[in-house]
Design a protein around this ligand. Structure first.
Ligand SMILES: [Zn+2]
Length: 334
């Protein structure tokens, strides 16, 4: 009799305690079922086939912004397109200012903010399908899936302009216009190129210092908070999504000072960066490479046909789950 009671008590404790530790994904909408490859790829197709390459300041970047804004409005977000002046890098312009823009979609909650962003501009080689129609498509699919569910905190989806070395970038402008409100941003999710690379990855943010004397020298990595990356990795494991991170012998789970997350890293905002990339067997261990044959981004090969639907779909699923966990208050800084 006593043994039976003890067994019952143990079973009860196991049932009550263990799920609370590992069932984060079970307590939220089933984003794996809610998000499908066809609808994600439709966004990639509009951006990279119907519109095509979207250099900063171009008519095509503006068309992309209109499309993204229309979609997000349809799903109930308060959308504004904010224009800003920027100087493209020398290989994309003649030093003249151009007008770029950010699409900013807000769902008002309490004063704490979760930012999810991806850049919509591209270089002129190829049509910016992987870099970064794939990332925009993934955040659009996440925004649509989340729009049916309540969250506590304010959620902001952003399609950035002028990421491809604009001075300033769209992310710089967002950080500047947030002003003191930046302190209310609990986390930023950046999605840049999730459609072509060999493996799906999530990284944490770090301040990076490169050596002035030696271009080949390893950078100094001043690691920022890692809990948002770890949240994404935990959710990926629960959802059976194959995500890894950067290798121990180089970035050690962090990423570098390119792309839109970095403006937020410099403001001490915890970030997670989604990227499809190959680290193992890369020619340059610090750069890695996109595929076994080398990089596709910024080449004529960065076209719709080279985007892998499942990669963008799985990215969208994990972005939705991570954003939902953050915005609902299920996950917080340790
Ligand atoms: Zn990019």
């Amino acid at each position: 009799m006593l043994n039976r009671r003890i067994i019952l008590a143990v079973v009860l404790i196991v049932c009550l305690v263990i799920p609370a530790q590992w069932s984060l994904a079970q307590d939220m909408p089933d984003f794996v079922t809610l998000i499908d490859a066809d609808s994600v790829m439709q966004h990639v197709e509009v951006l990279s086939v119907d519109i095509g390459a979207r250099p900063m300041g171009s008519e095509e970047e503006s068309e992309a912004a209109e499309y993204i804004a229309d979609m997000l409005s349809e799903w109930g977000y308060d959308v504004t397109i904010e224009e800003f002046e920027t100087t493209p890098p020398s290989d994309m312009g003649d030093g003249e200012l151009v007008t770029s823009r950010n699409v900013i979609a807000v769902r008002e909650g309490d004063d704490q903010i979760v930012v999810v962003g991806a850049h919509m501009d591209s270089v002129t080689d190829g049509t910016g399908a992987g870099d970064n129609a794939s990332g925009v498509a993934a955040i659009l699919a996440a925004a649509e899936a989340i729009s049916d569910y309540d969250t506590t905190h304010t959620l902001i989806f952003i399609a950035f302009g002028a990421e491809e070395s604009g001075d300033p970038t769209g992310a710089d402008m967002v950080v500047e216009s947030l002003g003191d409100e930046i302190e209310n941003v609990i986390a930023m999710i950046n999605v840049d190129s999730v459609g072509v690379g060999t493996h799906l990855n999530v990284y944490a943010g770090a301040e990076i210092e490169w050596s002035d004397e030696d271009e080949e020298a390893a950078p100094e990595i001043i690691g920022g908070p890692t809990w948002v990356r770890d949240l994404a990795l935990d959710l990926a494991a629960e959802m059976n999504l194959p995500f890894g991170t950067s290798p121990d012998d180089t970035w050690g789970g962090f990423t570098g000072d390119w792309s839109d997350h970095y403006s937020f890293v410099l403001e001490d905002i915890p970030i997670v960066y989604f990227e499809a990339w190959q680290w193992e067997g890369a020619e340059d261990a610090w750069w890695g490479q996109e595929t076994p044959d080398g990089d596709v981004m910024h080449t004529p090969g960065d076209i719709f046909e080279n985007v892998v639907p499942e990669k963008v779909e799985m990215s969208a699923e994990l972005i939705a789950a991570t954003a939902y966990a953050l915005a609902s208050g299920m996950a917080e800084a340790e």
